[in-house]
Ligand binder design. Structure first.
Ligand code: PEP
Length: 248
């Protein structure tokens, strides 16, 4: 039985006081649910959010990291630095990073490997553009991205991984994939894992859906057989909306 995981991706939002306001509202409710609740914060608020969630069930996530241990990489943050702050999860290969910061499948793979090596749980994002969907390339693209992201990742390493299927055309647009379509793609990702890692791992890895998840569609999405959670952008910025999703 896979434990549902709902993660908020705050993106480039929230000053320290705003972040504390949000997380203090979330943590009370998060303590009452069996759903794993994660907040993926900007780097600048991680340490304060960590203190605020101490003793609660909320898990701490970052939104990116570099694949090298240290060195001359101005502006970058390493896996060791995230571990140092008590981070549990790190989003890797979000479509906004692929689109605006030229993250390739190869870079995503290096980051996934480093995150696992350092004991962080990567939330690895895959998903097609609108153009790719319209050309019926969804399954090909998702296959390419998934296989590339986990190149040289062992069975053991996969146990730490969460995958987020996020069709790019559904992110921040208000458009959602139908829950059946999302489930179909997620079941396909699971079949790719089964081919590569065997049934045990494929049944264990949690796969989220992301793309305009909101209180009004969360139940339907979460009721699908292969969807184990949600990666939530916009709706994670307001405690009330995020908690409605958590309590789907
Ligand atoms: C995201 O940032 O991963 C996301 C899915 O955003 P939104 O929920 O706003 O579409």
């Amino acid at each position: 039985m896979r434990r549902p995981i709902i993660a908020g991706n705050w993106k480039m939002n929230k000053t320290i006081s705003e972040a504390l306001g949000l997380v203090n509202e979330i943590k009370e409710e998060a303590n009452k649910t069996d759903v794993e609740v994660v907040v993926c914060c900007p780097f600048t608020v991680i340490s304060e959010v960590k203190k605020a969630i101490e003793g609660s069930k909320v898990k701490l996530g970052a939104q990116n990291m570099h694949w090298e241990d240290e060195g001359a990489f101005t502006g970058e943050i390493s896996a060791n630095m995230l571990k140092d702050l008590g981070v549990d999860y790190v989003i890797i290969g979000h479509s906004e990073r692929r689109q605006y910061f030229n993250e390739t499948d190869e870079i995503v793979n290096k980051k996934v490997i480093k995150a696992i090596e350092k004991g962080l749980n990567p939330i690895v994002c895959v998903g097609e553009t609108l153009d790719e969907r319209e050309k019926n390339r969804t399954f090909d693209v998702v296959k390419e991205q998934t296989l590339a992201a986990f190149r040289d990742v062992s069975n053991d390493g996969m146990k730490d991984v969460v995958i987020a299927y996020e069709p790019i055309w559904a992110i921040g647009t208000g458009k959602t994939a139908s829950s059946q379509d999302a489930n179909e793609v997620i079941a396909y990702i699971r079949s790719l894992l089964e081919n590569k890692y065997g049934i045990e791992i494929s049944e264990e890895v949690r796969i989220q859906y992301g793309g305009s998840v909101k209180p009004s569609n969360a139940t339907e999405i979460m009721n699908e057989t292969d969807i184990d959670g949600a990666l939530v952008g916009g709706a994670s910025l307001k405690a009330e909306e995020f908690l409605e999703i958590v309590n789907f």
